[in-house]
Design a protein around this ligand. Structure first.
Ligand code: NDP
Length: 333
Protein backbone atom coordinates (compact mmCIF):
# COMPACT_ATOMS: atom_id res chain seq x y z
CA UNK A 1 0.00 0.00 0.00
CA UNK A 2 1.08 3.60 -0.51
CA UNK A 3 2.33 5.92 2.23
CA UNK A 4 4.22 9.20 2.52
CA UNK A 5 7.70 9.05 4.03
CA UNK A 6 9.32 12.01 5.84
CA UNK A 7 12.66 12.44 4.03
CA UNK A 8 14.19 15.85 4.59
CA UNK A 9 13.75 18.16 7.57
CA UNK A 10 12.59 21.51 6.12
CA UNK A 11 14.67 24.56 7.03
CA UNK A 12 11.70 26.79 6.43
CA UNK A 13 8.67 25.93 4.29
CA UNK A 14 7.65 22.37 3.54
CA UNK A 15 8.45 21.71 -0.12
CA UNK A 16 8.25 18.91 -2.65
CA UNK A 17 11.41 17.29 -1.24
CA UNK A 18 10.16 17.06 2.34
CA UNK A 19 8.15 13.87 1.79
CA UNK A 20 8.06 11.14 -0.84
CA UNK A 21 5.29 8.73 -1.79
CA UNK A 22 6.43 5.15 -1.15
CA UNK A 23 5.00 1.66 -1.31
CA UNK A 24 5.15 -0.95 1.46
CA UNK A 25 3.76 -4.43 1.87
CA UNK A 26 0.57 -4.99 3.82
CA UNK A 27 0.96 -5.14 7.59
CA UNK A 28 -0.98 -7.30 10.03
CA UNK A 29 -2.24 -6.29 13.47
CA UNK A 30 -0.95 -7.96 16.63
CA UNK A 31 -2.86 -8.50 19.86
CA UNK A 32 -4.33 -5.16 21.04
CA UNK A 33 -3.97 -3.58 17.60
CA UNK A 34 -6.32 -2.82 14.73
CA UNK A 35 -5.74 -2.46 11.02
CA UNK A 36 -7.47 0.55 9.52
CA UNK A 37 -8.23 1.85 6.08
CA UNK A 38 -7.42 5.56 6.22
CA UNK A 39 -10.35 7.24 4.50
CA UNK A 40 -9.78 10.95 5.10
CA UNK A 41 -6.69 12.68 6.49
CA UNK A 42 -6.93 16.13 8.03
CA UNK A 43 -4.21 18.59 7.11
CA UNK A 44 -3.35 20.67 10.15
CA UNK A 45 -1.03 23.61 10.62
CA UNK A 46 0.50 21.83 13.59
CA UNK A 47 1.79 19.05 11.28
CA UNK A 48 4.68 21.39 10.45
CA UNK A 49 5.79 21.44 14.08
CA UNK A 50 6.08 17.64 14.11
CA UNK A 51 8.85 17.92 11.50
CA UNK A 52 11.11 20.16 13.56
CA UNK A 53 13.51 19.55 16.38
CA UNK A 54 11.90 21.84 18.93
CA UNK A 55 12.19 20.54 22.47
CA UNK A 56 8.79 21.77 23.54
CA UNK A 57 6.08 19.78 21.79
CA UNK A 58 2.96 18.00 22.98
CA UNK A 59 3.85 14.74 21.23
CA UNK A 60 6.75 12.85 19.72
CA UNK A 61 7.97 14.54 16.53
CA UNK A 62 7.97 12.48 13.34
CA UNK A 63 11.36 10.81 12.84
CA UNK A 64 13.17 11.11 9.53
CA UNK A 65 12.47 8.03 7.42
CA UNK A 66 9.14 7.32 9.16
CA UNK A 67 5.71 7.62 7.63
CA UNK A 68 4.15 11.07 8.00
CA UNK A 69 1.51 11.25 10.73
CA UNK A 70 -1.86 12.98 10.61
CA UNK A 71 -5.30 13.00 12.21
CA UNK A 72 -7.55 10.74 10.24
CA UNK A 73 -10.98 9.27 9.83
CA UNK A 74 -10.40 5.56 9.50
CA UNK A 75 -12.40 2.39 9.04
CA UNK A 76 -11.44 -0.71 10.98
CA UNK A 77 -10.75 -3.53 8.50
CA UNK A 78 -9.26 -6.05 10.94
CA UNK A 79 -9.34 -6.07 14.73
CA UNK A 80 -7.24 -7.88 17.31
CA UNK A 81 -8.81 -5.86 20.10
CA UNK A 82 -12.04 -6.17 22.04
CA UNK A 83 -12.45 -2.40 21.81
CA UNK A 84 -13.24 -2.21 18.07
CA UNK A 85 -14.98 -4.28 15.44
CA UNK A 86 -14.46 -4.55 11.72
CA UNK A 87 -16.41 -1.85 9.88
CA UNK A 88 -16.37 0.70 12.74
CA UNK A 89 -15.40 4.31 12.00
CA UNK A 90 -12.74 5.78 14.26
CA UNK A 91 -10.61 8.90 14.51
CA UNK A 92 -6.94 8.54 15.31
CA UNK A 93 -3.49 9.94 15.03
CA UNK A 94 -2.72 7.82 12.01
CA UNK A 95 -0.44 7.98 8.98
CA UNK A 96 -0.54 9.50 5.53
CA UNK A 97 -1.07 6.00 4.19
CA UNK A 98 -3.74 3.86 2.61
CA UNK A 99 -3.68 1.39 5.51
CA UNK A 100 -2.18 1.58 8.99
CA UNK A 101 -1.78 -0.54 12.09
CA UNK A 102 -2.81 1.31 15.25
CA UNK A 103 -2.85 0.49 18.96
CA UNK A 104 -6.52 0.18 19.82
CA UNK A 105 -6.23 2.24 23.01
CA UNK A 106 -5.01 5.28 21.01
CA UNK A 107 -8.13 5.34 18.81
CA UNK A 108 -11.56 6.91 19.40
CA UNK A 109 -14.90 5.84 17.95
CA UNK A 110 -16.41 8.47 15.64
CA UNK A 111 -20.14 8.93 15.49
CA UNK A 112 -21.47 10.75 12.46
CA UNK A 113 -24.53 12.88 13.28
CA UNK A 114 -27.69 11.75 11.45
CA UNK A 115 -27.73 12.94 7.85
CA UNK A 116 -24.43 14.79 8.03
CA UNK A 117 -21.95 14.02 5.23
CA UNK A 118 -18.91 12.15 6.49
CA UNK A 119 -16.39 14.72 5.29
CA UNK A 120 -18.25 17.61 6.91
CA UNK A 121 -18.65 15.70 10.18
CA UNK A 122 -14.97 14.81 10.30
CA UNK A 123 -13.69 18.18 9.04
CA UNK A 124 -15.77 20.33 11.33
CA UNK A 125 -16.18 18.22 14.44
CA UNK A 126 -13.06 16.16 15.00
CA UNK A 127 -10.48 18.90 15.74
CA UNK A 128 -11.44 22.31 14.32
CA UNK A 129 -14.84 22.53 16.02
CA UNK A 130 -13.73 21.51 19.52
CA UNK A 131 -10.72 23.87 19.18
CA UNK A 132 -12.92 26.86 18.32
CA UNK A 133 -15.51 25.93 20.96
CA UNK A 134 -13.04 25.32 23.77
CA UNK A 135 -10.85 28.33 23.04
CA UNK A 136 -13.72 30.74 22.76
CA UNK A 137 -16.28 29.49 25.27
CA UNK A 138 -14.20 27.74 27.93
CA UNK A 139 -11.21 30.09 27.94
CA UNK A 140 -12.43 33.50 26.75
CA UNK A 141 -15.99 33.40 28.20
CA UNK A 142 -17.49 35.93 25.75
CA UNK A 143 -20.22 38.31 26.87
CA UNK A 144 -22.80 39.95 24.57
CA UNK A 145 -21.58 43.24 23.13
CA UNK A 146 -17.89 42.45 23.56
CA UNK A 147 -15.52 42.89 20.60
CA UNK A 148 -13.81 39.68 19.47
CA UNK A 149 -10.97 39.65 16.93
CA UNK A 150 -10.20 36.36 15.19
CA UNK A 151 -7.07 35.94 13.06
CA UNK A 152 -6.87 33.48 10.12
CA UNK A 153 -10.60 33.97 10.40
CA UNK A 154 -11.68 32.37 7.15
CA UNK A 155 -9.92 29.10 7.98
CA UNK A 156 -11.29 26.03 9.69
CA UNK A 157 -10.83 27.02 13.33
CA UNK A 158 -11.13 30.77 12.82
CA UNK A 159 -14.39 30.66 10.88
CA UNK A 160 -16.01 28.57 13.61
CA UNK A 161 -14.60 30.67 16.47
CA UNK A 162 -15.95 33.84 14.85
CA UNK A 163 -19.38 32.35 14.23
CA UNK A 164 -19.62 30.99 17.78
CA UNK A 165 -18.73 34.48 19.03
CA UNK A 166 -21.58 35.89 16.90
CA UNK A 167 -23.95 33.30 18.39
CA UNK A 168 -22.95 34.70 21.77
CA UNK A 169 -23.89 38.26 20.80
CA UNK A 170 -20.39 39.64 20.25
CA UNK A 171 -19.14 42.12 17.68
CA UNK A 172 -16.74 40.05 15.58
CA UNK A 173 -13.84 41.26 13.45
CA UNK A 174 -11.82 38.82 11.36
CA UNK A 175 -8.48 39.09 9.62
CA UNK A 176 -7.65 37.15 6.47
CA UNK A 177 -5.19 37.19 3.58
CA UNK A 178 -7.37 38.19 0.62
CA UNK A 179 -10.33 40.40 -0.25
CA UNK A 180 -12.34 37.34 -1.28
CA UNK A 181 -11.79 35.71 2.10
CA UNK A 182 -12.79 38.97 3.82
CA UNK A 183 -15.94 39.19 1.74
CA UNK A 184 -16.82 35.62 2.70
CA UNK A 185 -16.48 36.57 6.38
CA UNK A 186 -18.80 39.55 6.22
CA UNK A 187 -21.24 38.47 3.52
CA UNK A 188 -21.65 34.80 4.30
CA UNK A 189 -20.58 34.25 7.90
CA UNK A 190 -22.01 37.46 9.36
CA UNK A 191 -18.78 38.95 10.74
CA UNK A 192 -19.18 42.65 11.53
CA UNK A 193 -15.92 43.56 9.79
CA UNK A 194 -13.02 41.85 8.08
CA UNK A 195 -9.53 43.14 7.33
CA UNK A 196 -7.12 41.92 4.67
CA UNK A 197 -3.84 41.94 6.61
CA UNK A 198 -1.82 41.97 3.38
CA UNK A 199 -3.16 45.43 2.51
CA UNK A 200 -1.37 48.57 3.65
CA UNK A 201 -1.91 50.03 7.12
CA UNK A 202 -3.30 47.08 9.00
CA UNK A 203 -3.07 48.97 12.33
CA UNK A 204 -5.29 51.79 11.07
CA UNK A 205 -7.85 49.40 9.61
CA UNK A 206 -7.90 47.36 12.83
CA UNK A 207 -8.42 50.44 14.99
CA UNK A 208 -11.29 51.58 12.74
CA UNK A 209 -12.89 48.13 12.89
CA UNK A 210 -12.63 48.03 16.71
CA UNK A 211 -13.76 51.50 17.88
CA UNK A 212 -14.45 50.15 21.39
CA UNK A 213 -11.11 48.29 21.60
CA UNK A 214 -10.72 44.50 21.76
CA UNK A 215 -12.10 42.37 24.60
CA UNK A 216 -11.17 38.96 23.20
CA UNK A 217 -8.33 38.11 20.87
CA UNK A 218 -8.65 34.62 19.34
CA UNK A 219 -5.15 34.20 17.99
CA UNK A 220 -4.29 31.79 15.19
CA UNK A 221 -1.39 33.63 13.54
CA UNK A 222 1.01 35.42 15.93
CA UNK A 223 3.82 37.78 14.90
CA UNK A 224 3.09 41.38 14.00
CA UNK A 225 -0.67 40.76 13.71
CA UNK A 226 -0.81 39.65 17.33
CA UNK A 227 1.20 42.72 18.33
CA UNK A 228 -1.23 45.04 16.57
CA UNK A 229 -4.13 43.38 18.38
CA UNK A 230 -2.44 43.51 21.79
CA UNK A 231 -2.10 47.28 21.34
CA UNK A 232 -5.89 47.63 21.26
CA UNK A 233 -6.81 45.28 24.12
CA UNK A 234 -9.23 46.58 26.73
CA UNK A 235 -8.76 46.27 30.46
CA UNK A 236 -9.54 42.70 31.56
CA UNK A 237 -9.28 41.37 28.01
CA UNK A 238 -8.69 37.71 27.20
CA UNK A 239 -6.13 36.54 24.67
CA UNK A 240 -6.60 32.96 23.54
CA UNK A 241 -3.40 31.61 22.01
CA UNK A 242 -4.84 28.94 19.77
CA UNK A 243 -2.14 28.94 17.10
CA UNK A 244 0.86 30.89 15.83
CA UNK A 245 0.99 29.72 12.24
CA UNK A 246 3.16 32.62 11.03
CA UNK A 247 5.97 31.23 13.19
CA UNK A 248 5.74 27.52 12.42
CA UNK A 249 8.04 27.62 9.40
CA UNK A 250 10.89 29.11 11.37
CA UNK A 251 13.43 26.74 12.90
CA UNK A 252 14.66 29.61 15.11
CA UNK A 253 12.83 31.09 18.06
CA UNK A 254 10.95 34.19 16.93
CA UNK A 255 11.14 37.33 19.11
CA UNK A 256 8.07 39.07 20.43
CA UNK A 257 5.37 39.94 20.96
CA UNK A 258 6.61 43.46 21.59
CA UNK A 259 3.34 44.66 23.10
CA UNK A 260 3.53 42.09 25.93
CA UNK A 261 3.74 45.14 28.20
CA UNK A 262 -0.02 45.44 27.78
CA UNK A 263 -0.54 42.11 29.58
CA UNK A 264 0.17 44.05 32.77
CA UNK A 265 -1.23 47.46 31.90
CA UNK A 266 -4.51 46.00 30.64
CA UNK A 267 -4.69 43.12 33.18
CA UNK A 268 -4.98 40.57 30.40
CA UNK A 269 -5.63 36.88 30.77
CA UNK A 270 -3.47 35.13 28.17
CA UNK A 271 -3.95 31.40 27.80
CA UNK A 272 -2.72 28.81 25.34
CA UNK A 273 -4.08 25.28 25.02
CA UNK A 274 -3.69 21.98 23.21
CA UNK A 275 -7.11 20.68 22.25
CA UNK A 276 -6.03 17.04 22.52
CA UNK A 277 -5.83 17.56 26.30
CA UNK A 278 -9.61 18.06 26.29
CA UNK A 279 -10.63 14.92 24.41
CA UNK A 280 -12.86 13.79 27.28
CA UNK A 281 -15.04 16.85 26.65
CA UNK A 282 -15.29 16.26 22.86
CA UNK A 283 -18.65 14.42 22.97
CA UNK A 284 -20.22 17.34 24.84
CA UNK A 285 -18.77 19.96 22.49
CA UNK A 286 -19.65 17.86 19.44
CA UNK A 287 -23.30 17.75 20.47
CA UNK A 288 -23.52 21.53 20.31
CA UNK A 289 -21.45 21.73 17.13
CA UNK A 290 -23.62 19.14 15.39
CA UNK A 291 -26.80 20.99 16.34
CA UNK A 292 -25.44 24.35 15.12
CA UNK A 293 -24.18 22.85 11.86
CA UNK A 294 -27.48 21.10 11.24
CA UNK A 295 -29.72 24.08 12.01
CA UNK A 296 -27.56 26.42 9.89
CA UNK A 297 -26.22 28.49 12.80
CA UNK A 298 -22.71 27.48 11.75
CA UNK A 299 -21.43 27.35 8.19
CA UNK A 300 -18.31 25.42 7.34
CA UNK A 301 -16.29 25.23 4.15
CA UNK A 302 -14.30 22.16 3.16
CA UNK A 303 -11.32 22.24 0.79
CA UNK A 304 -10.97 18.60 -0.28
CA UNK A 305 -8.24 16.95 -2.32
CA UNK A 306 -8.95 13.54 -3.79
CA UNK A 307 -6.12 11.02 -3.67
CA UNK A 308 -3.21 10.27 -1.36
CA UNK A 309 -0.80 11.76 -3.91
CA UNK A 310 -2.05 15.27 -3.07
CA UNK A 311 -1.16 15.16 0.64
CA UNK A 312 2.10 17.09 0.46
CA UNK A 313 0.78 19.96 -1.65
CA UNK A 314 -2.42 20.05 0.40
CA UNK A 315 -0.40 20.60 3.57
CA UNK A 316 1.72 23.30 1.92
CA UNK A 317 -1.45 25.24 1.02
CA UNK A 318 -2.08 26.00 4.71
CA UNK A 319 1.04 28.14 4.92
CA UNK A 320 0.53 30.03 1.66
CA UNK A 321 -3.14 30.70 2.33
CA UNK A 322 -4.10 28.95 -0.93
CA UNK A 323 -6.56 26.85 1.03
CA UNK A 324 -10.11 28.00 1.24
CA UNK A 325 -11.60 26.14 4.18
CA UNK A 326 -10.74 23.00 6.10
CA UNK A 327 -8.15 21.03 4.15
CA UNK A 328 -8.88 17.31 3.85
CA UNK A 329 -7.25 14.64 1.74
CA UNK A 330 -9.65 11.90 0.78
CA UNK A 331 -7.55 8.78 0.48
CA UNK A 332 -10.14 6.06 -0.05
CA UNK A 333 -13.93 5.75 -0.08
P1 NDP B 1 -6.71 27.25 8.46
O1 NDP B 1 -7.82 26.58 7.75
O2 NDP B 1 -6.98 28.51 9.22
O3 NDP B 1 -5.53 27.48 7.44
C1 NDP B 1 -4.39 28.18 7.83
C2 NDP B 1 -4.53 29.67 7.43
O4 NDP B 1 -3.56 30.42 8.15
C3 NDP B 1 -4.21 29.92 5.98
O5 NDP B 1 -5.34 29.70 5.15
C4 NDP B 1 -3.79 31.39 5.99
O6 NDP B 1 -4.96 32.17 5.83
C5 NDP B 1 -3.28 31.60 7.41
N1 NDP B 1 -1.82 31.82 7.41
C6 NDP B 1 -0.87 30.94 7.04
N2 NDP B 1 0.36 31.51 7.17
C7 NDP B 1 0.15 32.77 7.62
C8 NDP B 1 1.01 33.86 7.95
N3 NDP B 1 2.33 33.76 7.84
N4 NDP B 1 0.44 35.02 8.38
C9 NDP B 1 -0.89 35.13 8.49
N5 NDP B 1 -1.76 34.15 8.20
C10 NDP B 1 -1.24 32.98 7.78
O7 NDP B 1 -6.03 26.20 9.48
P2 NDP B 1 -6.62 25.64 10.83
O8 NDP B 1 -7.97 26.16 11.07
O9 NDP B 1 -6.40 24.19 10.82
O10 NDP B 1 -5.62 26.23 11.93
C11 NDP B 1 -5.72 27.59 12.36
C12 NDP B 1 -4.86 27.76 13.60
O11 NDP B 1 -5.41 26.98 14.66
C13 NDP B 1 -3.41 27.32 13.42
O12 NDP B 1 -2.55 28.27 14.00
C14 NDP B 1 -3.36 26.01 14.19
O13 NDP B 1 -2.08 25.70 14.68
C15 NDP B 1 -4.36 26.30 15.30
N6 NDP B 1 -4.90 25.09 15.96
C16 NDP B 1 -4.66 24.95 17.29
C17 NDP B 1 -5.10 23.86 17.97
C18 NDP B 1 -4.83 23.75 19.43
O14 NDP B 1 -5.04 22.69 20.01
N7 NDP B 1 -4.36 24.81 20.06
C19 NDP B 1 -5.85 22.78 17.28
C20 NDP B 1 -6.08 23.05 15.88
C21 NDP B 1 -5.61 24.17 15.24
P3 NDP B 1 -4.90 33.64 5.13
O15 NDP B 1 -5.22 33.46 3.69
O16 NDP B 1 -5.94 34.38 5.88
O17 NDP B 1 -3.51 34.16 5.34
Amino acid sequence: CQYWRFDIRPEKNINNETFSLQTRSHLHPEEGQIKVKNRIISMDATNRLWLGEREELYMEPVALGDSMKGFGLCEVVESKSKLFQKGQLVTALTEWAEYSILDAHTVNPFIVPDGMPLDLAFGAMSIAGPTAYHGLLNIAHPKPGETVVVTAASGAVGSLAGQIAKLNGCRVVGTAGSDDKCQYLTDELGFDAAINYREADFDKALAEACPQGIDIQFENVGGSILDSCLTLMNNGGRVVICGLISMYNSSQNVPGPYMFHNSIMKRLKIEGFVILDHAADFPNMQQYLARWLQDGSLKFKLHCHNGIEHASTALQSLYTGENNGKVLVKIQE
